[in-house]
Design a protein around this ligand. Structure first.
Ligand code: NZQ
Ligand code: ZN
Length: 388
């Protein structure tokens, strides 16, 4: 296990009706809030009204920025920054899924920076501070509610890049599983795949002696595999939604990644796909993850992939290690398919024209792609070709 520092300052309010905790959170510290929302779901399912009632009860003034799109765009972030500057905003409150929360985080850093906040995403500058961020999560997937990441797309250059800094960890997050009842089948399934992808990219590591992180990771994967199909049939089952929501948070809040070298290659590749073709992040991962697993399977990685097969899928330990690993990868792909997620790029209408450019972009931006197996440009092109 490697050295690590672990500090998550996010206060989590988990459970039914926890929106009521907002009033206390708001009234002691803030005066003026910017409420950020997406393309309308929180308005039609009543969540926005519940949040607004709390803001009013706390006696805060507010402005609103609505219309944040999935794969949130830089231009919405600029709009939010301007509202903050014009209105003395001291808290950004994101009410929505990962896209809304990520946009809220980018606005929070940009409002405290004199330059162009895109500088942070292209590693030209790093944020020294940010406005406070609060989160009312309505979709279980990204883990953004308890982490320091924000992923933003710049439309003119078709780049989708991540900012990772402790300054954008939310001060508090309201996680009410009932708020996810209205998420449709497709986005619920995409969320489950995203959660599993986050777990894989920290679990599949060559760092040794991380039994605690790996044991928790396997438990989280089993929850996704157990409840993924059930939630699609029973979207209003509180227990099922609770387990998926908490799995999403724990999958990417540091808990299972501390002390390990993680491998974010699949995410790096997927972000290239959703940057150019604007597909759902979870759908892109459903295509990339099994192909990445096959590509990185070798003598060095086989025992870890086989452990996943045995501990998560209960594959017979008497089989050959390579066969176990292969079976585990096939089961993963079939599981994603059973949730209605795509297996191939063809299914989502992505041709091979841009593979080289996407691979080069990923390598140029990240420098090093992958650690379980380090990938070069050709490896990425090969993975994309195998996903066709
Ligand atoms: O825009 P609205 O109307 O809110 O509708 C959204 C959107 O259409 C809808 N939705 C959300 N909550 C709902 C709901 N519909 C009905 N009822 C509800 N309660 O779902 C659709 C997808 O929403 P989105 O926020 O885009 O999904 P998700 O939470 O999966 O976020 C995806 C974004 O997060 C980034 C992804 O790349 C992508 O841009 N990621 C962020 C990460 C992070 N910050 O740590 C890590 C991830 O790996 C990921 O890259
Ligand atoms: Zn993800």
């Amino acid at each position: 296990m490697l050295n690590f520092e672990y500090n998550i300052p996010t206060r989590v309010y988990f459970g039914r009706g926890e929106v009521a905790s907002l009033e206390q959170e708001l009234k002691t510290k803030y005066k003026k809030v910017l409420i950020v929302t997406g393309s309308g779901s929180v308005k039609s399912n009543g969540i926005f009204d519940q949040v607004l009632a709390q803001v009013k009860k706390a006696g805060l003034g507010y402005n609103e920025l609505s219309g944040i799109q999935p794969n949130p765009r830089l231009k919405s972030v600029y709009e939010g920054i301007q509202i903050c500057r014009d209105n003395n905003i001291d808290l950004i409150l994101g009410v929505g899924g990962g896209s809304v929360i990520d946009a809220s985080k980018a606005i929070a850093t940009g409002a405290e920076y004199d330059g162009d906040c895109w500088d942070f995403f292209i590693n030209k500058a790093s944020p020294e501070r940010a406005l406070d961020i609060g989160c009312v999560l309505t979709l279980a997937a990204t883990g953004t509610e308890m982490n320091g990441n924000s992923v933003i797309t710049r439309e003119d250059t078709k780049r989708k890049l991540a900012l990772c800094t402790p300054h954008i960890r939310p001060q508090f997050s309201i996680l009410d599983p009932e708020y996810t009842f209205t998420v449709n089948r497709y986005h619920t399934a995409a969320g489950v795949v995203d959660i599993m992808a986050h777990i894989f990219e920290q679990y599949f590591s060559l760092t040794e002696s991380c039994d605690i992180q790996d044991g928790i990771a396997e438990a989280l994967l089993k929850v996704c595999i157990r409840y993924g199909p059930i939630v699609l049939e029973s979207p209003r089952d509180y227990g099922v939604r609770s387990n998926i929501m908490w799995a999403g948070t724990l999958a990417l809040n540091g808990l299972i990644g501390n002390g390990k070298e993680a491998d974010w290659a699949s995410h790096g590749i997927e972000h290239e796909l959703s940057a150019i073709y604007d597909i759902s992040h979870g759908a892109g991962l459903s295509i990339i993850i099994p192909n990445w697993m096959k590509h990185v399977l070798n003598d060095k990685t086989v025992s870890k992939i086989a452990s996943y097969g045995v501990n998560v899928w209960s594959i017979d330990t008497k089989k050959d290690l390579m066969d176990i690993a292969d079976e585990a990868i096939n089961k993963t792909r079939d599981f994603f398919t059973s949730l209605g997620m795509p297996r191939s790029l063809k299914e989502v209408g992505i041709p091979k024209d841009m593979f080289k450019e996407m691979a080069r972009n990923a390598i140029n931006h990240y420098g090093k792609v992958g650690s379980f197996k380090k990938l070069n440009t050709q490896d990425i092109v090969d993975i994309l070709n195998s996903a066709l």
